[in-house]
Write a protein that binds this ligand. Structure first.
Ligand SMILES: *Cc1c(COP(=O)(O)O)cnc(C)c1O
Length: 404
């Protein structure tokens, strides 16, 4: 395993105080903290290499291009993509999904069907609704159980030769459920549908193998995996990326431009118009290096231990209900105290230096399912400790006393 106290030394922010109390950061599902090693890469880039990429013959430009393309190779290796040009740098998960949703406009016709799941983040619902409006395609939803699991028997019934696309998140950000994506992908392929998996919430906890999954598109954001905000990835199988039209026009994405006709550049540049987030892309690669240095097996085992410890402690608090009780879940706990608004709990916890998320977590349909306005969500990373969970438990008890 690893020594969590050593790990915490890598994250300067973890030693700051909030409202006079040591910060207890339990909002990792919204964004993770950044280790010094990743920050150093960003400073090093601007100190020594800053230049525009793929353009100049000059040394700085070539060095910056090399670093950026090395990061793409790191991402390719991490996700085990067959080709590096199947890795498209984007601004993040939302941007990646929109590239695919926009691209499918010309590939769908009226009456085609798109299947999404009841557990989706808004960024994985709205682009498909917009796509349906543009094309006349119909959106179908895989329902969920009280435990927060998708109903696979209903999913099987929804699939038909009309199904063109299936979109499901790998792990739910609101409940932490790990969805059976191997089965979902296999069943979709049997009717000839393409599958996009939203991996934003999975990549901090496990290492997906896109070839083994045989997934058509897989998307994620760097900022939930110890990288910077505003950068992410779209993985697509080469054949699919060749089929999709470009998303934005501009520099970098063209082959030849005349006023009569423009031909597009090859992958991945076809989808990378304009100057990208160069330092962000390089830092994304560094973040994966950092995580792999600790090891995803170690991260997973440690976080599962935190999850079980926290779940047991929280359930001892009378009137506390946990939403999302699947056996297959990651270190996310969504809960409410009976008769108390989640916002009020979050406010008191903040006074105690504890950062949790409150609200609908960009997943309003899930809240509607449970008929609640929202939840308090504590989400743990590999740098959190059992001592911090104890602070959370005491904080919740205090909030309950003050508010009831
Ligand atoms: C965070 C998250 C997103 C959105 O990611 P952005 O970086 O904001 O684009 C989408 N889906 C899931 C499951 C998420 O957790």
């Amino acid at each position: 395993m690893f020594n969590v106290n050593d790990i915490r030394q890598d994250f300067p922010i973890l030693s700051r105080k909030v409202n006079g109390k040591p910060l207890v950061y339990l909002d990792n599902a919204a964004t993770s903290q950044t280790p010094q090693q990743v920050m150093d890469v960003i400073v090093d880039y601007y100190s020594n290499y800053n230049a525009n990429i793929h353009r100049g013959v000059h040394t700085l430009s070539q060095e910056a291009t090399d670093l950026y393309e090395q990061a793409r190779l790191k991402i390719q290796t991490h996700f085990n993509a067959q080709f590096s040009h199947e890795i498209i740098f984007t601004a993040g998960t939302t941007h990646s999904i929109n590239i695919v949703a926009s691209g499918f406009t010309s590939l769908l016709k009226k009456g085609d069907e798109i299947i999404v799941s009841a557990l989706e983040h808004h960024s994985n619902i709205v682009p498909w609704q917009m796509l349906c409006e543009r094309t006349g395609a119909i959106l179908k939803v895989i329902p969920m159980s009280e435990d927060g699991e998708l109903l696979m028997d209903v999913y099987k019934e929804l699939l038909s030769e009309k199904t063109k696309l299936v979109f499901v998140n790998h792990i739910s950000n609101a409940l932490g459920t790990l969805n059976p994506i191997e089965y979902i992908i296999d069943q979709a392929h049997r009717v000839g549908a393409a599958v996009l998996i939203d991996g934003a919430q999975a990549c901090p906890h496990l290492k997906p193998d896109v070839q083994k999954l045989d997934v058509d598109f897989y998307v994620t954001s760097a900022h939930k995996i110890c990288g910077p905000t505003g950068v992410g990835m779209l993985y697509g199988k080469e054949a699919w990326l060749n089929k999709l039209p470009p998303y934005q026009g501009g520099g970098e994405m063209i082959d030849q431009v005349t006023f009569e006709k423009t031909t597009y550049a090859n992958l991945p540049h076809k989808f990378e118009a304009g100057t990208p987030n160069i330092s962000g892309g390089i830092a994304f690669g560094a973040a994966l290096d950092y995580m792999n240095g600790i090891g995803f097996d170690n991260i997973h085992a440690y976080e599962q231990d935190l999850l079980h410890y926290a779940t047991a402690q929280l359930l001892e608090i009378e009137g506390l209900k946990i939403y999302g009780t699947s056996k297959n879940k990651t270190s996310v706990i969504s809960f409410n105290l009976k008769g108390i608004h989640p916002y009020d709990v979050g406010t008191i916890l903040d006074k105690l230096g504890i950062a949790v998320r409150t609200g609908h977590h960009c997943a309003q349909p899930i809240m509607d399912f449970y008929k609640i306005p929202g939840t308090v969500r504590a989400s743990f990373a590999f740098y959190n400790t059992k001592a911090e969970i104890d602070v959370l438990v005491e904080g919740i008890k205090k909030a309950k006393m003050m508010l009831s």
